[in-house]
Design a protein around this ligand. Structure first.
Ligand code: SF4
Ligand code: SF4
Length: 639
């Protein structure tokens, strides 16, 4: 990632949207940054962590999003401008604190960046963060361009400090991860005289609730007035267009492209809004009055659409009759990512413009043309991933146990075990920490006839993030389940960020490494540690723990993520398949290694009727040698 601390003011830099936010925060003079990693937001704090020493700021990966915001708020209360970043799911974790912070206010500027993931490209669910701004009375900004990512972040800090309230800045995957030119500004120095003082009684408490709630509403109206003049809102197009597009964020680019594609510049106007809550009412009404037809273009929920309708409903005479198009009319889909083709099709339909839509099979045809260059691969664990080995043992142990046991899951690489790569072992996947939380419920149904063993699977980062309370609740309430911690020594899914178990801080310095097994033993529960690559040993330990039922037990399946290991050292084994020995179609379940175990390092050689190793992909972990009953997969120590 770019060293955003060393850019010279006045230069233009090619920046990823998230790097722009990081640079904007530095230009605003932040001294504190915190986050829990989650795509598509991770690069914001990753970028700041890389330059923390150059910039003279403090940066941390917090244990979860709530702690991250609490820590950032504390720094802001002490007079230090602070940024906190997370993905949309993280905002759910934060809400308990946020719903007090929104009325408490702040001293120094405080900006919470939340990045939504339309289409859930790297998420388990799709969610729109913006309604939180409305019901929490928090001002909301939505950058549309790379320059705005930076400039809006800086502006948000100024306003946050002026109005003594936190600002929310919403990104989406495409604005966060795409790159564009950004003109660099001057950096303000961080406040180096942090000090917490209370100027008036109850300044930093949410109580007394009604007057503080009322003050938050009044503050919102004052911010609305500032938003009327915001440089991030504008109209482009004819004075009286036939149709007005109202848009924000990524929708603005798509709208411009659609209008150009249909050569409809003299029929369509675009109202681009960067301040989407509270809406600048006068500016919006002025522009809505331009046209009877309004198409709202935005990603995920009809947030802007509903708020515009609300505004029109409050004073219909001010804007005249309106016909709205958008998600509720079905012109813009209400789930998944949008793109220029979708907006073009919507515009063409409303304006009755002849338009040849993109061939619905275009993606499939493009894929067919390019598949020659790309090895086909399903969504699954990487070659040599310890999680595949763990779930292989889980599958075998539950089968041998024979009591119809099952696994509850939560969020991380291992969530992929809901599918064939984890042998369909995960039966639930909702939220961070929910595996153990749900096991607390399943594990206390014995009096109601429930007899199935329950294994709750979480990752190492998830253990610290949200599993510990559920573990303690299970112990306290005498639940019957095995907590299986898949400890690969990294927050692997989001880019290998360190966590409290790794012994490293966000900026690469040493930290006390908290051992998960020690934490569990300290809670008084039976705790075993296993190496997932020892398939037999892991299966036996699981069987033993399954038999030792009636309480919470823990198995820590510990093996470093192979991608992390591979950065540091060579593969331990050189693998090959003795194709003379391979019995292929007639081996267990037919082609056990390539059809069932499915490590991408193993491929089926149809011409030879035997498996073989893909030397480019194989990580040399050696595990598959133990699953081949014919002894055809050969493992030799690397030289
Ligand atoms: S040794 Fe086998 S299991 Fe390990 S990465 Fe290679 S092919 Fe996959
Ligand atoms: S290598 Fe072993 S497991 Fe794979 S198909 Fe051949 S016999 Fe079966």
């Amino acid at each position: 990632m770019a060293n955003v601390a060393t850019f010279e003011a006045g230069t233009a830099q090619l920046l990823m949207g998230n790097e722009g936010i990081a640079r904007g925060a530095l230009e605003a003079g932040i001294g504190f940054a915190s986050a829990y990693p989650g795509n598509p937001s991770s690069e914001i704090i990753g970028t700041l962590a890389d330059v923390a020493a150059d910039a003279g700021i403090y940066v941390e990966w917090s244990i979860n999003e709530k702690v991250a915001l609490e820590a950032a708020a504390a720094a802001a209360f002490a007079g230090v401008r602070s940024i906190c970043a997370m993905k949309h799911n993280g905002l759910n974790v934060v809400l308990d604190f946020l719903m007090g912070l929104n009325v408490t206010g702040t001293k120094a500027g405080l900006v919470l960046v939340t990045c939504d993931d339309p289409g859930a490209l790297s998420s388990t669910e799709e969610e729109d963060s913006r309604p939180v701004a409305k019901w929490a009375c928090v001002p909301l900004l939505e950058p549309a361009t790379f320059q705005e990512e930076k400039d809006m972040t800086r502006w948000a800090f100024e306003l946050s400090e002026q109005f003594k309230t936190m600002f929310l800045l919403r990104g989406v995957t495409r604005t966060s991860h795409a790159r564009g030119d950004v003109r660099i500004g001057e950096r303000l120095p961080p406040n180096r005289e942090a000090r917490f003082t209370v100027d008036v009684p109850l300044q930093y408490t949410a109580i007394p609730a009604p007057p503080k709630h009322m003050a938050a509403h009044q503050r919102q109206e004052r911010i609305r007035e500032v938003f009327e003049e915001a440089p991030f809102n504008w109209y482009q197009g004819p004075e009286k267009p036939e149709l007005l597009i109202a848009t924000c964020g990524s929708g603005w680019f798509y709208s411009i492209e659609a209008v150009r594609a249909l050569k409809a510049e003299d029929r369509v106007g675009i109202l681009k809004l960067g301040t989407t809550w509270p809406l600048p009412e006068k500016l919006v009404r002025r522009n809505l009055a331009r046209a009877e037809k309004v198409l709202v273009v935005e990603e995920i929920d009809p947030f802007l659409e509903n708020n515009l309708k609300e505004l029109v409903g409050e004073d219909p005479a001010a804007v005249g009759p309106k016909k709205f198009y958008g998600k509720r009319s079905g012109h813009i889909p209400s789930a998944g990512e949008i793109n220029p083709d979708i907006v073009t099709a919507a515009l063409a339909k409303i304006l009755d413009i002849e338009h040849a839509p993109v061939d619905p099979d275009y993606s499939q045809k493009a894929l067919a043309l390019t598949s020659f260059f790309v090895h086909p691969r399903m969504v699954g664990f990487c070659a040599g991933c310890p999680h595949r080995a763990t779930f292989w043992s889980v599958k075998n142990a539950l089968k041998l146990d024979g009591r119809d046991g099952f696994v509850t899951g939560d969020i991380g690489c291992y969530t992929m075990a809901v599918g064939p790569t984890g042998f369909w072992q995960l039966k639930t996947a909702q939220a961070m920490g929910s595996a153990a939380g749900m096991a607390c419920g399943f594990g206390n149904l014995k009096g109601l006839g429930f007899k199935q063993p329950v294994i709750a699977a979480c990752g190492d980062s998830t253990f610290f993030h949200a599993t510990i309370p559920a573990l303690i609740s299970g112990i306290y309430n005498k639940a019957d389940y095995i907590l299986l911690v898949l400890d690969n020594s990294a927050t692997a899914m989001t880019g290998f960020q360190p966590h409290p178990g790794t012994g490293r801080t966000a900026t690469g310095g040493p930290a006390p490494a908290i051992d998960i097994a020690d934490v569990c033993r300290a809670l008084g529960v039976r705790t075993e540690v296993t190496d997932p690559f020892d398939l037999q040993g892991t299966t036996e330990k699981l069987l033993d723990l399954l038999e030792d039922d009636g309480k919470v037990r823990v198995l820590v399946s510990r093996r470093e993520c192979q991608l992390v290991r591979a950065r540091r050292e060579k593969a331990p084994y050189v693998m090959r398949v003795d194709q003379e020995k391979c019995i292929g179609e007639t081996c267990g379940c037919a082609r056990l290694c390539t059809r069932v175990f499915q490590c991408p390092g193993l491929i089926w050689d149809a011409a030879k009727g035997a498996a073989r190793i893909d030397e480019v992909i194989c990580a040399g972990c050696g595990v598959c040698a133990d699953i081949c009953s014919a002894g055809a997969i050969i493992r030799e120590a690397a030289q």
